[in-house]
Design a protein around this ligand. Structure first.
Ligand SMILES: [Zn+2]
Length: 159
């Protein structure tokens, strides 16, 4: 397991993590540059992950390479938030807080795994030339997949 010791972060105040990690479950190669900072009861992790992994296109089912490059910011609470800290823990939208529940290490592999998952598109399309003459914008790709059947009808009428 790839992890960082909470004690080490407390001693040094800041610990940098700069490594290439293979996430086997996703066949992802991740280049991670992270900084773990001691903030009293909390540990802040910030940095960047980039890399690529193979995805299967939802439309033509061919495999393609997806590149990601994403900034990370996450907060770990050293001890359980529920009793003492809950009233004060008002986090902005999209900010994650992970409860270490007194554990003395941070699972970096899991952090990277979760972070890569978050970069994946809802709708996987291999490219704008994917067997489709109709280019779909980002917004259209985010719509309900059940609508796809109507789009296909519309396209075949035009042809
Ligand atoms: Zn495709």
């Amino acid at each position: 397991m790839l992890s960082i010791s909470v004690t080490e972060i407390e001693q040094k105040q800041k610990v940098n993590f700069d490594e290439n990690v293979k996430i086997d479950e996703l066949q992802a190669d991740v280049s991670a540059k992270l900084c773990f900072e001691n903030l009293g009861e909390f540990i802040k992790v910030s940095g960047n992950i980039k890399g690529s992994l193979p995805l299967t296109c939802d439309r033509c089912l061919s495999e393609y390479n997806f590149d990601f490059n994403s900034d990370i910011e996450e907060i770990y609470a050293k001890n359980s938030l529920y009793d003492e800290y809950k009233p004060e823990t008002e986090l902005k939208e999209g900010q994650f807080i992970t409860d270490l529940e007194g554990k003395k290490e941070i699972d970096v592999y899991d952090l990277l795994y979760q972070s890569v998952i978050l970069t994946l598109p809802n709708k996987k399309v291999c490219g704008i030339n994917c067997n489709m003459e109709h280019f779909m914008s980002e917004d259209e790709l985010k719509t309900d997949t059940r609508m796809d059947v109507f789009k296909n009808i519309e396209i075949s009428r035009k042809q």
